[in-house]
Design a protein around this ligand. Structure first.
Ligand SMILES: [Zn+2]
Length: 202
């Protein structure tokens, strides 16, 4: 009999997830049963209001920029000024919102510290697009920001990821290790490229 040695492996075996971890799947492949090699925290909600729906233009392990430590990230295609909501409850710890849309030098963002020590990041926001203040506590689903097109971006969209802040090297870009998460109010907890995902009631 095989002995399962670590918790991650045990969970991966027990939770035969009815979805795939990878991107770029066609719709007819979306329901394939795939056993993930890692554990995901599927307590998050999509970062936009219930009832709205946005296309994923780059998902986890996307070849453009979601690779290496930044693999667990999503890009949602959105017009400038689209309402962004908190994906998980927490305290607002950092905001940047002075950059003008179309300026690719720096991106505006809101960062929220969760109770488990991870930090949710909402990037490329519009100028003055933060609708919260540093120190505010927000619940899951609360309105926090307006999307935009600032920073390293080829068009208006929201980049969302969750990081382990202790892994970040402030002197370098893209050093933060992203957290494997999923969304409880999506038909597919791990949205993939090329289709829209509606935020369902939860
Ligand atoms: Zn991105």
């Amino acid at each position: 009999m095989t002995v399962i040695h670590n918790r991650t492996t045990l969970l991966a075996v027990l939770v035969i997830l009815l979805f795939s971890s990878s991107c770029n799947k066609q719709d007819d492949q979306a329901d394939e049963i795939v056993i993930e090699e890692f554990e995901r925290d599927i307590t998050y909600v999509l970062p936009y209001p219930v009832g709205s729906s946005y296309f994923v233009t780059q998902c986890n392990f996307g070849s453009f920029t979601h690779n290496n430590k930044a693999s667990f990230a999503w890009d949602f295609d959105m017009f400038i000024g689209t309402t962004i909501t908190a994906s998980k409850a927490g305290n607002v710890i950092e905001i940047k919102e002075h950059i003008v849309d179309g300026d690719n030098s720096e991106g505006n963002f809101v960062k929220i510290l969760h109770s488990d020590g991870t930090v949710g990041r909402y990037w490329h926001l519009t100028k003055n697009g933060a609708l919260v203040e540093i120190g505010d506590f927000v619940n899951r689903g609360d309105t926090i920001a307006l999307s935009g097109n600032t920073g390293f971006s080829t068009g208006p969209h929201l980049h969302f990821d969750v990081i382990y802040p202790e892994t970040c090297d402030e002197k370098k870009v893209n050093t933060c290790e992203t957290v494997a998460i999923g969304f409880i109010n999506s038909i597919h907890p791990v949205p993939y490229d090329g289709r829209a995902f509606k935020a369902l009631p939860y």
